[in-house]
Design a protein around this ligand. Structure first.
Ligand SMILES: *[C@@H]1O[C@H](CO)[C@@H](O)[C@H](O)[C@H]1NC(C)=O
Ligand SMILES: *[C@@H]1O[C@H](CO)[C@@H](O)[C@H](O)[C@H]1NC(C)=O
Ligand SMILES: *[C@@H]1O[C@H](CO)[C@@H](O)[C@H](O)[C@H]1NC(C)=O
Ligand SMILES: *[C@@H]1O[C@H](CO)[C@@H](O)[C@H](O)[C@H]1NC(C)=O
Length: 390
């Protein structure tokens, strides 16, 4: 059994929240000018040659998300696996054991999360055919559906920037508040006449629900500043203390802010999921690693049906009344406190999900959790008969 050290975690987060500006829902990792020597290696720290077969593969997207794990779960440093082809500044996958829990940092933005995931899936050092792959990342939140400090579990990841963007002035008969409209359409609210294939990924609803249910046991952390800022919102969801929500995620490389973009993005989300998806978190990676996991599954190197999308909310994607979107974006009030609790709650929830998988591996997780919903991409590449969007 893994022993978690909460005091280590708390200590780390205290240093971390002082050291990092708590302003951004996604932060740039400092990129070394030269890839350090030693990082060019390849192989397991214990010298064994057999592929590592993690029960859980946790994906972080940058250092702050990565650091919550060794802080609370020091066993994650027992086995280090250096893999050529990962992010040059994050080449080492950390594991508790060869058949335990592993942590990989994908790097930020769609391109990094996709290429990193694909490199790992095709690495001779790993066999992830039975691994539960869970992103544990922070995100912006939609105040209609979630609040800062909450932890969300998605069924859909929609890639929101496969769109046109028309500069103002917009055609006078458009009701849209932004120039965004679906690529392959001629205006807002239309279903595209052609697609690229990565617009929508759907994951197992049963697995998502199980993860959310165990996460609900957590007593989440909160701060007075975050509480105070939440009360400026008029939406009921945005005013709630941190909790767990089952709602979807929107991936865009573009870090946009404000309701004039958020509302058209919600419309796009509904259009692409046949009215069944509701985005509550916004981030820049999930379409990417899901696409890679999906492709790896097609060639028998992964199991896409075991994907879990967990995102905690560190700020909201639009301002409350009386505050500009610019000030909201740069966190003049909101960032204070929300960033730290988003990270803390991500770990607290993620730890429960990981524990559930380890504890019930033989009885339940090894063979997989049956689900009724469609699992897959917008092309219906697995050729299932229950596709529920597109
Ligand atoms: C794994 O990497 C971590 C972080 O660099 C390090 O502290 C730890 O000692 C390494 N463990 C092994 C077994 O090499
Ligand atoms: C706006 O007007 C154009 C030209 O008349 C028409 O083709 C288009 O369908 C209209 N768009 C909307 C959103 O009503
Ligand atoms: C919650 O946050 C406070 C302030 O940052 C910290 O002192 C406390 O240890 C945190 N608790 C947990 C469980 O992370
Ligand atoms: C989309 O929704 C419509 C209306 O609810 C339904 O008739 C149609 O079957 C749905 N499409 C798919 C692919 O599920």
């Amino acid at each position: 059994m893994i022993a978690y050290s909460l005091s280590l975690l708390v200590g780390l987060l205290a240093t971390l929240s002082e050291a990092t500006p708590q302003l951004y829902r996604r932060q740039a990792a400092p990129m070394p000018r030269n890839v350090p020597r030693g990082y060019t290696g390849h192989g397991r720290s214990d010298g064994h040659k057999a592929p590592v077969t993690p029960k859980v593969l946790i994906l972080a997207t940058y250092f702050d998300e990565a650091n919550i794990w060794p802080a609370g779960m020091p066993e994650i440093y027992k086995l280090n696996v250096t893999v050529k082809g990962l992010m040059p500044n994050y080449p080492v996958v950390h594991c508790t054991a060869a058949d335990g829990v592993c942590l990989m940092v994908t790097g930020q933005a769609v391109i990094n999360s996709a290429t990193t995931m694909l490199a790992l899936a095709h690495s001779d050092l790993f066999d992830i055919r039975k691994s539960y792959v869970m992103v544990a990342g922070i995100a912006g939140g939609n105040p209609d559906h979630t609040s800062t400090g909450s932890v969300t579990f998605a069924r859909y990841a929609v890639q929101g920037d496969i769109q046109y963007e028309l500069a103002a002035p917009l055609p006078p008969n458009w009701s849209s508040t932004s120039g965004y409209f679906p690529l392959g359409a001629t205006g807002p609210n239309q279903y595209p006449t052609f697609i690229y294939g990565t617009e929508v990924y759907e994951v197992s609803e049963a697995l998502r629900h199980r993860a959310a249910t165990v996460a609900k046991k957590v007593k989440f952390n909160d701060t007075a500043v975050a509480q105070e800022y939440r009360q400026k919102y008029t939406q009921r969801a945005a005013r709630q203390p941190p909790g767990v929500q089952e709602c979807d995620t929107l991936t865009t490389n573009l870090y946009w802010a404000g309701s004039d973009i958020a509302e058209p993005m919600s419309v796009y989300y509904k259009t692409m999921t046949n009215g069944t998806g509701v985005y509550c978190s916004t981030e820049s990676e999930d379409s990417g690693w899901l696409a890679a996991l999906f492709r790896a599954t097609v060639v028998g190197r992964a199991d896409y049906t075991r994907a879990i999308i967990m995102r905690s909310i560190t700020n909201l994607d639009r301002a409350p009344p009386g505050i500009s979107d610019y000030d909201n974006l740069f966190g003049l009030q909101q960032g204070v406190g929300s960033y730290a609790i988003g990270l803390q709650n991500l770990y607290l929830a993620g730890k429960e999900v990981v524990n559930d998988i380890l504890k019930n591996w033989h009885s339940t997780f090894e063979k997989g959790i049956p689900t009724k919903n469609y699992i897959g991409d917008i092309y219906n590449s697995f050729d299932e008969d229950n596709i529920d969007y597109g």
